[in-house]
Ligand binder design. Structure first.
Ligand code: FAD
Length: 352
């Protein structure tokens, strides 16, 4: 199979891959983006129907091109994000090849060899930007396999119409859990379960304030001051309008975690039982990093140790967009720009 040579391979063509592309282009580097999806938009193409951003358009922009306002919406929906990133990659004529799934990144002398189902690329550096949507996390709960009803994760949930009139247990006290619970609150018999009492952010706080909190934390840490705690210190759930409405209507009452699952429902700590037709696990994600396994880089909790975005033990590899461990707020539209710029600068210094 022929091998192609480039300065940099970016793995993943979602928003993080696009932000990296913008800054690699500015650095004048020769690069390619390999994306497993057939069409632009990364994970935004697959979210549930009613999902809206938790920030207005003006605070949801990638570098270089502001997100346009969505007519009639303060908080744009996922469809608008897909349109925006589609236009973004066309406008900048990003060198994206899709669908191409990277199977493994290997050390190969002075190069990294990127093996994919679309061929092999040899590069001086790799930026991995594969997101987390593709690795849903489900906790180990006794009896999970015994449940006879329907079980699904956030990534499979689409609309309340699929559960109309059913007894549904939603598990998870983060944004996905709260938003999906709010979505289901009107047309189903809902039980919302959270590990600790839900922590709603004050109603006037949206993605703007979250970005400010993440930035303040970064500045404090960089200056050697006390950790401000960042976003987590404010709460877990952004009170976007549908969540606020369901909460204010008294429909979002959370129960503590059940102790086990049975064939037809869940069992609580006091031994009582709630029948269920479906359990929806809104229990988060892990970084999709299996393609980096050949590099044998170790970190904690499925992460890889990083200095900024650079892998601590492989200077030719950068990780972008997975969470605060790859840059403050880097798993957001507005937050990924800065770590992308820093990654591109470091890569440029390395390959020149
Ligand atoms: P993705 O969008 O997942 O893109 C990664 C791309 O890499 C995909 O196209 C994937 O197919 C590809 N890929 C994966 N593995 C491979 C491989 N081996 N080879 C090649 N390609 C591969 N952020 C905000 O700013 N505002 C919000 O309101 C907001 N709401 C969110 C709501 C939910 C429910 C979730 C889950 C996240 C939300 N986020 C929000 C966070 C974040 O902006 C999104 O998760 C975003 O999709 C992350 O972009 P990404 O580019 O890092 O990853």
């Amino acid at each position: 199979m022929t091998e192609r040579h480039v300065d940099v391979v970016v793995i993943g063509g979602g928003q993080a891959g696009l932000a990296a592309s913008f800054h690699l282009r500015r650095q004048g580097l020769d690069f390619v983006v390999l994306d497993a999806q057939s069409t632009p938009g990364g994970a935004w193409q697959h979210t549930w129907d009613s999902l809206h951003l938790f920030s207005p358009a003006a605070f949801s922009s990638l570098p270089g091109r502001p997100m346009p306002v969505q007519v009639g919406e303060i908080y744009p929906d996922a469809r608008h994000v897909v349109e925006y990133v589609t236009e973004y990659e066309q406008r900048y004529a990003m060198p994206i090849v899709r669908p191409v799934r990277v199977r493994g990144v290997h050390r190969d002398g002075a190069f990294l060899r990127v093996e994919s189902d679309g061929g092999v690329w040899r590069a001086r550096a790799v930026i991995s930007a594969t997101g987390t949507w593709w690795r849903p996390f489900l906790p180990a709960v006794a009896g999970r396999t015994a449940f006879a009803g329907r079980q699904l994760h956030t990534v499979e949930y689409r609309s309340p119409a699929d559960f109309a009139g059913q007894r549904v247990v939603v598990v998870g006290g983060g944004n996905s859990g709260a938003q999906i619970a709010a979505d289901l609150a009107y047309d189903t018999e809902l039980t919302w379960v959270t590990q600790r009492p839900p922590r709603f952010l004050p109603d006037d706080i949206d993605g703007r304030a979250l970005f400010d909190a993440a930035t303040a934390r970064r500045r404090a840490l960089d200056a050697g001051r006390t950790d401000t705690g960042g976003v987590a210190s404010l709460g877990d759930i952004v009170a976007v309008p549908p969540v606020r409405e369901a909460r204010d209507a008294g429909l979002l009452k959370a129960s503590p975690m059940f102790t086990r699952i049975e064939r037809d429902g869940v069992v609580w700590a006091d031994g009582t039982h709630t029948a269920a037709d479906a359990i929806i696990w809104c229990t988060g994600f892990r970084p999709a990093l299996s393609h980096l396994a050949p590099l044998q880089l170790r970190g904690t909790r499925g992460h890889i140790a990083t200095v900024g975005t650079r892998a601590a033990d492989e200077p030719r590899l950068h990780l972008l967009g997975y969470g605060d461990w790859t840059g403050p707020a880097s798993a957001t539209l507005i937050g990924v720009g800065r770590p992308a710029r820093e990654a591109a600068r470091e890569v440029a210094a390395l390959v020149r």
